[in-house]
Design a protein around this ligand. Structure first.
Ligand code: CO
Ligand code: ZN
Length: 343
């Protein structure tokens, strides 16, 4: 929980993952034969073994915003970075990251008192929103350090929810990052293991694409969150539930994203059965992961996805169950320890 909280409370939109990268470097350094940051910014920890190479990817970036205009009166206009549903953004507290440090801001809007009946029914678009940083003018905003291009993240700390659950921002995919760190530290495997903490997943799976090309692994697994459907208002035929174990993806985006390689599926399922680790099978229709970019690299790389079910993904109140987290760590660790015969 301590490591998960440290990572989720850190800030880093796509392309600006520096804060997260530094945490990871400290956490894996003493457990790796080699740690390096590549040209794109992916941080890669290696455990040397035999010739066969296995890559596990978890993305460091979180969705957020970027300053695109500073109004005369000091308000900031922003563009979304990654997939937001605008209704979840309104009236959130945010952090603007400047060269002079972090500034608090709020996504403001009209109070209900002065809204017209039609206005109340409408979802406000992000392009029509503004961030109030307490500046009275453009000059004051600039003096505070704000510039065009400053990244903005949601201001929300991770807390416990009930007995076994946690809620916060950026659980997508800092819980994947935490799980990969936990696995990497403990695992004993014969293959050469590459733990790749990728950049820019939320804007097109970019770090995974370039790192897979350079590593050229024999097998790859993306570690991410997947959409849980066990709450009111979701009419899914298939239920992915919190607390029922990690999800092993069979296909995502109805097969347009990834069709998991049969060898990877077999490895994960047989390992779960062998060690009696609970798991769920996911046939997803929307959303995809780093594995989609990895599996189309070079002449094709056998790839799969292991994910932690999460509610309310891409909102400031994402929720996961820590038992699923622990089972994800166990399943990945055990799978890596016996993956050689599946390569
Ligand atoms: Co995401
Ligand atoms: Zn993700």
């Amino acid at each position: 929980m301590e490591l998960i909280k440290k990572l989720c409370d850190a800030h880093g939109i796509s392309g600006y993952e520096d804060e997260v990268r530094e945490i990871i470097r400290c956490e894996v350094e003493n457990y790796s034969d080699k740690v390096y940051t590549d040209k794109m910014g992916n941080i890669i920890a290696v455990k040397e073994g035999e010739d066969k190479k296995v890559m596990i990817a978890a993305h460091m970036d979180e969705i957020g915003f970027m300053v695109k205009h500073i109004e005369e009166q000091g308000f900031l206009r922003v563009t979304p970075i990654g997939g937001w549903f605008s209704q979840t953004v309104l009236n959130q507290r945010a952090i603007v990251h400047t060269d002079k440090g972090k500034i608090v801001g709020v996504f403001g809007c009209k109070p209900p008192h002065i809204m017209k009946e039609e206005e109340r029914k409408k979802v406000i678009k992000i392009e029509d929103m503004f961030v109030d940083i307490g500046a009275e003018s453009r000059d004051e905003a600039k003096d505070m350090g704000v510039e065009i291009g400053c990244p903005i993240t949601i201001d929300r700390e991770l807390v416990k929810l009930g007995e076994n659950r946690i809620t916060g921002k950026a659980i997508d995919d800092r819980v994947g990052v935490a799980a990969l760190i936990d696995v990497f530290r403990e695992v004993k495997t014969d293959v050469t293991l590459y733990a790749v903490f990728t950049v820019q997943e939320e804007v097109g799976l970019k770090g995974a694409r370039t790192s897979a090309f350079s590593i050229n692994p024999d097998m790859a697994i993306a570690l991410d969150v997947c959409v849980a459907t066990d709450f009111p208002g979701v009419n899914a035929n298939q239920e992915i539930k919190l607390g029922k174990g990690p999800a092993i993806t069979v296909v995502d985006a109805s097969g347009r994203g990834l069709i998991a390689h049969k060898k990877v599926l077999k490895l994960l399922r047989e390992t779960a059965e062998k060690y009696e680790i609970p798991y769920q099978l996911e046939v997803g229709e929307g959303g995809t992961t780093d594995a989609t970019a990895i599996h189309l690299t070079r002449e094709g790389i056998p790839s799969g996805v292991l994910s932690i079910p999460a509610r309310y993904i891409h909102t400031p109140v994402e929720v996961i169950d820590l038992r699923d987290y622990n089972n994800t760590v166990s399943l990945l660790k055990k799978s890596l320890e016996r993956c050689e015969k599946y390569l």
